[in-house]
Design a protein around this ligand. Structure first.
Ligand code: VGL
Ligand code: ZN
Length: 208
C-alpha cells in the first residue's frame, strides 16, 4: 500500500528501547528488526515523535514489587487489571535507552511514560487508568497534526493501546506492521488486532 505522508502526519515510534530488544530484560522476539524499518519510515515524515518507557525502580508493574507474584501474571490494581512484568526500562539505565541504531535526531518530541510508581502507562496518550493524559494529544493538536502512523514495540501492548487511544481522541490512525513486533502473551496479539480493527485503526504492511 502506498501512502504519501502529508505535513499534518506524524510518525509515533513506540518504545524502541534496549530492554525490548534481544538481550534486554523484557525482550520481544526479533524486536531489533524494527530498527531499520522505523529509521526508513522516519525519513518519509516531517514530524516524528518517540515514546520511552521510563519506570522508577520498584514500579508497581514489576512482579518484584508484589512478593509471591511471578512475571506475566495478572493482578487487580485500583485502576483495573495489570500484567506484571520483569523489571525493565528503569530510568537512566542502559535498558531504558533507545536502541543504539535507532535514528533519534529527527524526533521533535520524546514522551516518557510509566514514570509514576503507582500506575503503568502502555499508551502514549493515557496512563493505564485510561483517563490520566500524558499531554501528547494536546501537543499533536496544537501543532495541527491530524493523522498518526504508529510503529515500534510491542504490537500487542504499547503500540496497541496507543493506536486505540489515538482513534478514541479523533486522530486518523495507521499501524505499519513491518515496523512492529509483538510479545504475544496468551492470545494478546489476536486480541489486540481485533480491538484495533474495531476501533478503526487502519493496518498497512509497509509504506512504499
Ligand atoms: C511495554 C510491557 C511493559 C511495551 C512496556 O512497550 O509494549 N510492554 N511495558
Ligand atoms: Zn513498561
Amino acid at each position: 500500500m502506498q501512502i504519501r505522508p502529508s505535513d499534518d502526519d506524524v510518525l509515533l515510534i513506540i518504545d524502541v528501547q534496549n530492554d525490548f530488544c534481544p538481550g534486554g530484560a523484557l525482550a520481544v522476539d526479533d524486536g531489533d528488526a524494527v530498527v531499520p524499518v522505523v529509521n526508513r519510515l522516519a525519513e518519509k515524515f516531517d514530524h516524528v515523535v518517540l515514546t520511552q518507557d521510563w519506570h522508577p525502580s520498584g514500579h508497581s508493574s514489576f512482579a518484584t514489587s508484589h512478593p509471591g507474584s511471578a512475571p506475566f501474571a495478572s493482578i487487580t490494581m485500583p485502576y483495573g487489571q495489570q500484567t506484571l512484568w520483569p523489571d525493565h526500562c528503569i530510568q537512566g539505565s542502559v535498558g531504558a535507552a533507545f536502541h543504539p541504531r535507532l535514528a533519534t535526531t529527527r524526533a521533535e518530541l520524546v514522551i516518557r511514560k510509566g514514570f509514576r510508581r503507582e500506575i503503568d502507562s502502555y499508551s502514549a496518550f493515557y496512563e493505564n487508568d485510561r483517563k490520566t493524559p500524558t499531554g501528547l494529544a494536546g501537543y499533536l493538536r496544537e501543532r495541527g497534526l491530524r493523522r498518526v502512523f504508529l510503529a515500534g514495540l510491542a504490537t500487542d501492548y504499547c503500540v496497541h493501546y496507543s493506536a486505540v487511544d489515538a482513534r478514541r481522541l479523533g486522530f486518523d490512525t495507521v499501524l505499519v506492521e513491518a515496523g512492529c513486533r509483538a510479545i504475544d502473551l496468551s492470545g494478546s496479539l489476536d486480541a489486540a488486532w481485533a480491538t484495533m480493527a474495531e476501533a478503526g485503526v487502519q493496518r498497512v504492511g509497509d509504506l512504499g
